[in-house]
Design a protein around this ligand. Sequence first.
Ligand SMILES: Cc1ncc(COP(=O)(O)O)c(C=O)c1O
Length: 401
Amino acid sequence: MLTNRQLFLLHIGQTSSSPLMIEIEKAEGVFMYGPDGEKYLDLVSGVSVSNTGHRHPKVVEAIKKQIDAYLHLMVYGELIQNPQVRYAERLTGMLPEHLSVCYFVNSGSEAVEGALKLAKKFTGKSNMIFFRNSYHGSTHGALSVQGSELYKNAFRPLLPDTTQIDFNDLSSLDCIDNHTACVIVEPVQAEAGVIYPVPGFLEEIRKRCSERGALLIFDEVQTGFGRTGQMFALERFGIVPDILILAKALGGGMPLGAFISSKEIMSGLCSNPELGHITTFGGHPVCCAAGLASLEVILEENLPAKCAEKSDFLRRELNHSLIKEIRGEGLLLAVEVDKPESVQYIVSHAPEYGLILDFFLFCKTAFRIAPPLTISIDEIGQACSQLKLLLDDTLKNTASA
Ligand SMILES: Cc1ncc(COP(=O)(O)O)c(C=O)c1O
């Protein structure tokens, strides 16, 4: 019989020539476990998905309850399903008044597709502005507004009428004009290596969009649900976008995405033509039930505020000569080191130190720390001790690289 490792290489579509290939048998809280008793502290959360940890009991309970009621029933938008409507009510109740209607889909990329279509439909314009080093997903539309030529080139032609500008460059905002349908922006650029906007930058985008009749789209797929120390990053900046995109932690570990807007804007998808955006599995009842339960945990346990405290502790503990800077707030952190070879070494050797770490797509000199927000202070201490040993090892082994 073939091993899982062999089957993985034979039958699973690969995304790189050097996958981590760590076999996981079980995951609970902040830990993942291998088949031979290996134990890994998860410092990635499946890339900002497992904000309430793996298999939080309340999330598992909600999933089981929903499974006993019904699974998939019908394409999105036809039948009234309790988990969908309750989750939409809860979510929109926490957001600025204007963001009152939620369109559930399957993923972040699909939410981006829906948001871009909605902006074109509402404004009647087609130009879409996006930022260098932004990541919005891998489908054709999302790729068209991704700020990296490296990942786009092989897949051209992509969507026409898109304009790339520089994040944190106020002068580039002159591009927002009467032809602009939307500006899509991550309020904190995640894959760029956790880059915060300079003061006034998002405000200026908001102002120009309003003046020119363009819609402002915030992609909070990574920053949502407490990750950066507030429930949503928009709270930190005090800016209300016209469309908000959520995914990742939205489903509490289940696949779910959403784009959220006003009743007026969202109504564009149900006339001229009707069925302007449809999806079979979007807003799956089990995913919505899981997501709602996870959101309740985030609120009950006050995870966004605690996440800020944990972040401070981590920064104090994680001191090492290899570290140049730790960027970010809350538990979305980029640890900047000396060179890409060090990052390569650190991420690939982390499992030997009982840690799971990850790269950033567009920042090769930093590695990611984004554990479940439920991580305890003791576990952060443990992670930092192990990380410092790993960094010592890295220093020795990459000195001549
Ligand atoms: C900011 C941002 N937007 C969109 C996406 C795409 O989400 P998905 O992978 O669920 O399609 C991602 C995924 O990493 C992301 O980080």
